[in-house]
Ligand binder design. Structure first.
Ligand SMILES: [Zn+2]
Length: 408
């Protein structure tokens, strides 16, 4: 098939490359290091593999992470096919790729309005937005996979490719006028807190005009505490331990019986829970009509629909996923916190214009949360719950699909 203007992703047939004056050498690799011309390396990227871990039923029980293997070919980690493009006159190389064996060649090239990418950059991006349907709790991504630097560079590449092809790209901010980014405080209420602690936390949020998405376990759902949180305008989220859809339904029913219409779910990872079950959780949440759930290990910058890989391909589910949370809590000990990292990282993330989530368990590292919120420059940051942020992004996406994105 002939290739027109715009951005096209390989691997390409020799027959398609030849009329363009290009050739290619084929490689299959675990990862490729992306070296854009004239700038720093974007690091090594590849298709992620996933680790899972059965959550222990009791303290002291040993359970080691292991690699998840897919029951279906479509969900398996695909081989990474890399083409080094041989250029002729008129082509510019925008990035080189380097493989584990030291070989190196052009992987992104442009001539006029046509930009070619000789490796599955967009496929890697899509896969990085997906969590597999695991049976044991999701643990982590393994190996060099998609990273923030590659993500930002790819966004610029798409924009510059569109400009080179004479296409106009409209980028609309989803946030209210005057707001450059958004911030949510996510609480995982895993242990009870005293009335004084609760009032202290509510006061801290009010002092910064911050909104929390406050996740409660069904088995630890003191009605007075939850009512006090909801009255101050925070979102009540289900912090789920469910390992089946009916168990999730029961947890939701419990909160409904307390008078709370739950719109979002996060997965508890502690003893006795099922952990995060990836796509399975998203399918149940979507079937229950929830509007948001959580994603682990992936920073997608803005909330996006959950992806489900099925025999028919990849589909979008109705439930949205805010980008992953930055946790203050590394452990429960007083010194086990990430304040120095977050003091550096949160302002940088806010600067990029997306939705940033600070996560904390409300019984620990409270002074660190106070310091962190106090350090941020918030006048142009929209402080909102996950539900508010997700609804804004969904509305902005629907507007731009309808074609009047210019209005925003
Ligand atoms: Zn938890």
């Amino acid at each position: 098939m002939p290739i027109g203007d715009g951005l096209a992703e390989g691997p390409f047939d020799a027959a398609a490359l030849e009329p363009l004056g290009l050739g290619a050498t084929e490689h299959v690799a675990e990862w490729v290091e992306i070296l854009p011309t004239g700038t720093e390396t974007l690091g090594e990227v590849g298709f992620a593999t996933h680790l899972v871990r059965r959550i222990p039923a009791a303290r002291g029980e040993r359970s080691d992470p292991y690699r998840w293997t897919s029951p279906h070919a479509i969900l398996s980690t695909p081989p990474l096919r890399v083409q080094f493009l041989r250029l002729s006159d008129g082509w510019d190389c925008l990035a080189e790729g380097k493989l584990a064996d030291g070989s190196r060649g052009c992987i992104v090239a442009r001539r006029g309005g046509l930009t070619l990418v000789g490796f599955p950059f967009l496929a890697m991006l899509v896969r990085h937005h997906w969590m597999p349907p695991v049976d044991d709790g999701y643990y982590s991504v393994e190996g060099p996979c998609f990273n923030v630097a590659a993500d930002l560079w790819l966004a610029d590449l798409v924009a510059s490719s569109a400009a080179a092809a004479g296409m106009r790209v409209v980028r609309a901010s989803p946030w209210p006028a005057g707001m450059g980014s958004a911030l949510t405080v996510r609480f995982d209420h895993d242990r009870a807190i005293s009335e004084a602690s609760l009032q202290d936390m509510l006061g801290l949020l009010d002092a910064h005009g911050a909104k929390a998405s406050w996740g409660f376990l069904a088995r630890l759902s003191d009605p007075a505490t939850i009512a006090a949180v909801a009255r101050r305008g925070h979102e009540i989220v289900l912090h789920s331990e469910a390992g089946t859809r009916s168990a999730l339904r029961q947890e939701l029913d419990h909160f409904a019986s307390l008078g709370h219409d739950i719109r979002g779910v996060t997965a508890h990872g502690g003893i006795g829970s099922a952990g995060h079950l990836g796509q399975r959780l998203y399918e149940w949440a979507s079937a229950e009509g929830l509007e948001h759930a959580d994603i682990l290990s992936r920073d997608a910058h803005l909330p996006h629909p959950a992806l489900a890989a099925t025999a028919d391909g990849i589909t979008e589910l109705p439930v949205y996923l805010p980008p992953f949370h930055r946790s203050l809590d590394v452990g429960t000990k007083p010194e086990a916190h990430a304040l120095p990292v977050l003091l550096d990282d949160i302002p940088r993330r806010l600067e990029r214009g997306g939705l940033v989530t600070i996560m904390n368990h409300p019984d620990i590292h409270r002074e660190e949360l106070r310091t962190l919120l106090g350090s941020l420059d918030l006048p142009r940051v929209w402080r909102a719950s996950h539900l508010d942020a997700v609804r804004r992004v969904r509305a902005a996406t629907e507007r731009s699909v309808l074609g009047d994105g210019q209005r925003a």
